[in-house]
Design a protein around this ligand. Sequence first.
Ligand SMILES: Nc1ncnc2c1ncn2[C@@H]1O[C@H](COP(=O)(O)OP(=O)(O)OP(=O)(O)O)[C@@H](O)[C@H]1O
Length: 259
Amino acid sequence: MTTLRLRDVRAGYDGREVVRAVSAEVPRGSWLAIVGPNGAGKSTLLKTMAGLLPGAGEVLLDGRPVHTLSRRDKARKVGYSPQDPILPGGLTVTDYALLGRTPHLGPLAREGAADLSVVEGVLTRLDLTGLAGRRLGTLSGGERQRAVLARVLTQQAGLLLLDEPTTGLDIGHAQAMLELIDRLRREDGTTVVSTLHDLTFAAQYADHVLLLSAGEVVAAGTPAEVLTAEALARYYGAAADILTAGRGELVVAPIRPPK
Ligand SMILES: Nc1ncnc2c1ncn2[C@@H]1O[C@H](COP(=O)(O)OP(=O)(O)OP(=O)(O)O)[C@@H](O)[C@H]1O
């Protein structure tokens, strides 16, 4: 439900710029995948979009600079999931997912039946119902990752900023996760920006792809325009074939490099 616009965004650490002059427009209800090799600046760009890192340039949510939003307004508008979140190991999956409802509660109000119903719906879709009462500290890596996404999704924000949402998930759970996000996009108009190392998933789910290399946008466009064998060789140093499968979907298939 949110349009995101980036104008000449720059960000970095300790005076070292690692994201350089990135501009992009992500219309309401669309999905932008940010791809690029390790260290290219993807997570840094996502954190800057979430208003968690100061940077130069503009990050506009429905025309408003993200840093001018109050914490509560930001939490209602933006759901951000980091790559390596620090989790309160003693909380159960349900209680943790319920935290996503906090921005929707009045002052001093407790979660009600409607909030619990949102949480139950998300846990069901992410195959977490059987783990609802388990403490986060006892979960496997992939289960923990699904719990993190559950909390972000219960927030029902208009913009989702997801850093590697499929990390640690098996192929079935990864698909279920991406399908759920895609459904939110189609049915509720949720806008999605995600970093993705899995380029086949990027091709299958994103409308637009931004390829970053050394902090700069080196290609932007549809998955077919950006994810070419030449670009993968040039920017990742990878050998890959781009195939079509299923209903004409792109598959990025690694191949053994020529000897
Ligand atoms: N907190 C930090 N302090 C200093 N430098 C950092 C910090 N976080 C990231 N960097 C550096 O900034 C650059 C971009 O990092 P970033 O995490 O944004 O890359 P990325 O594209 O998300 O990488 P990956 O695919 O490996 O997750 C890297 O050179 C990294 O070492």
